[in-house]
Design a protein around this ligand. Structure first.
Ligand code: NAI
Ligand code: MG
Length: 489
């Protein structure tokens, strides 16, 4: 069985503790081992990134060169797309059909930031003086990047592409369970001549060891994190207690998917199902609360249940499969704990809730699960479940819909379905969420900003905003008047 190395300073090195077993969640079979990097190995990666930033040729690479490197990464991703998608599916369990989209999106992300590198400009400020006042944008420095397991390669792209665009260097930490495509990506990067050693380092291992070391290091200038709110808090704390490094957080959600009676029926039903069951519901922006206008509640519930029941659960390498296993058996059990909790709280289970049998029994599968009769205050309506579980909550009118929608600590995303454009805009304005879709749910593009309000995070990724997080501003004042000020005359 293959043992994945660490990628530090442009070299593949064997980790001291290669004990992380990587399992294919569709079968439960081990597929590889990965290193659990130690504190010292993580420090070595930080050293490499520090040196590459402070003294390496990357610091003096032109914006044009950086852009060309990013475009070359995209080209290589596309050339390896089939292998990468397969590896992603084997390690993470998502349908191959979705993994192929993810690899294409990852390449698009590098293309976008490849093009943007030469469009980062500063300002000339109109100060009332004989002077040239400039705002320069400079890379923030060494970036620790900690990513989750639900979109392993795509999250690596969302982190690395804007950082390199800005001229930063990085240490990326994949999630424990899903290092396979990140290490394949390291092999892709390793062959690129114009990408100097140490600019990208990839270190696998445990959150509390590798991730916490990055967050607490005084030699890391910024941490970008995607994952749970709980871990996000600990990262912010570590940043506060060390060097006040810059922190951006993309945390969880409990996003409302809101359906008014006048919504286009077929697309609404499909949007309700797709909104939560895509990627097995392991999506930060999952539409995990379906809010439906009371007078269509019964018909809508019936239609949604019927569509969800027909979702093809199966071998994720099968092209017809639309839902694979969850990422690990442990996560599946965690999600099933919420199903149990929902039952205890008195919600009505109308679909799923169990593990499929037959050929799928070995894998970390869970059926698409729908609860009706849910009170907005129940645990299953408040906490992020991060699996194929959705709650249906009726509402009476627009104000009630908005009130329920906003009544969680989260504010990542939301969607509103209606044919009334005035109502759509009113609801859009009142939702406390960083991303709002109208008559759709989940489309995500690198051109548009992504991130949350409230406890769903801080800062935005993607688009032009995404690169700003990797830039510092420097104000420069150039005096054009040679005469003394005459202050002391
Ligand atoms: P997590 O937040 O613990 O893990 C995400 C990443 O953070 C992983 O790379 C992990 O190794 C790292 N990490 C863990 N502890 C750390 C620490 N103390 N310091 C620095 N880095 C650390 O999430 P986990 O345990 O995988 O999943 C738990 C729940 O979190 C999920 O069920 C889901 O609700 C939520 N989650 C949300 C995600 C999102 O996209 N918003 C992604 C993953 C999980
Ligand atoms: Mg955790």
């Amino acid at each position: 069985m293959e043992t994945l190395p660490l990628y530090i300073g442009g070299r593949f090195v064997d980790g001291a503790d290669p004990s992380q077993e990587i399992v294919n969640p569709a079968t439960g079979a081990p597929m590889a081992r990965a290193a659990r990097a130690t504190g010292a190995e993580t420090e070595a990666a930080i050293d490499a990134a520090r040196e590459a930033f402070d003294t390496g040729p990357w610091a003096t690479a032109t914006a044009l060169k950086r852009g060309q490197v990013l475009l070359e990464i995209a080209r290589r991703l596309r050339a390896s797309a089939a292998e990468l998608a397969r590896l992603e599916t084997e390690n993470m369990g998502k349908p191959i059909f979705e993994a192929e989209f993810d690899v294409a999106d990852a390449a698009t992300c590098f293309e976008y930031y490849g093009g943007l590198a030469t469009k980062i400009t500063g300002d000339v400020n109109p100060v009332p003086d004989e002077a040239l006042s400039l705002t320069l944008k400079e890379p923030v420095g060494v970036c620790g990047q900690i990513i989750p397991w639900n979109y392993p390669l795509l999250m690596a792209a969302w982190k690395i592409a804007p950082a390199l665009c800005a001229g930063c260097t990085v240490v990326l930490k994949p999630a424990e369970a899903t290092p396979a495509t990140a290490m394949a990506f390291a092999r892709i990067l390793d062959g690129i001549e114009d990408l100097p050693r140490g600019v990208v380092n990839i270190v696998t291992g445990d959150g509390p060891a590798v991730g916490a070391t990055l967050a607490a290091s005084p030699r890391v200038d910024k941490v970008a994190f995607t994952g749970s709110t709980r871990t996000g808090r600990s990262i912010l704390r570590a940043a506060a207690d060390s060097n006040l490094k810059r922190v951006t957080l993309e945390l969880g959600g409990k996003s409302p998917n809101i359906f008014f009676a006048d919504a286009g029926w077929e697309s609404a039903v499909e949007g309700a199902v797709f909104g939560v069951f895509v990627n097995q519901g392991e999506v930060c922006s999952a539409g995990s609360r379906i809010l439906v206008e009371r007078r269509i509640h019964d018909d809508f519930l019936e239609a949604v249940v019927e569509k969800a029941r027909a979702i093809r659960l199966g071998d994720p390498l099968d092209r017809a499969t639309r839902m694979g296993p969850l990422v690990t058996a442990a996560h599946r059990d965690r999600v099933m704990g919420y199903v149990e909790q929902g039952r205890r709280e008195g919600a009505r289970l109308v679909l799923g809730g169990g593990r499929p049998d037959g050929g799928l029994a070995r894998g970390a599968y869970l059926e698409p699960t729908i609860f009706d009769g849910v009170d907005p205050g129940m645990t299953i309506a408040q906490e992020e479940i991060f699996g194929p579980v959705v709650v249906i909550i009726p509402f009476d009118g627009e104000a009630d819909a908005v009130r329920i929608a906003n009544a969680t600590p989260y504010g990542l995303a939301g969607a509103v379905w209606t044919r009334d454009i005035f109502r759509a805009f009113r609801v859009v304005r009142r939702l406390k969420a960083g991303i709002v879709w109208v008559n759709h749910m989940q489309p995500t593009y690198v051109e548009a900003p992504w991130g949350g309000m409230k406890m769903s995070g801080a800062g935005r990724e993607l688009g032009r905003y995404g690169v700003e997080n990797y830039l510092e501003l420097k104000q420069v004042h150039i005096n054009l008047n040679e005469n003394p000020m005459g202050w002391y005359a």
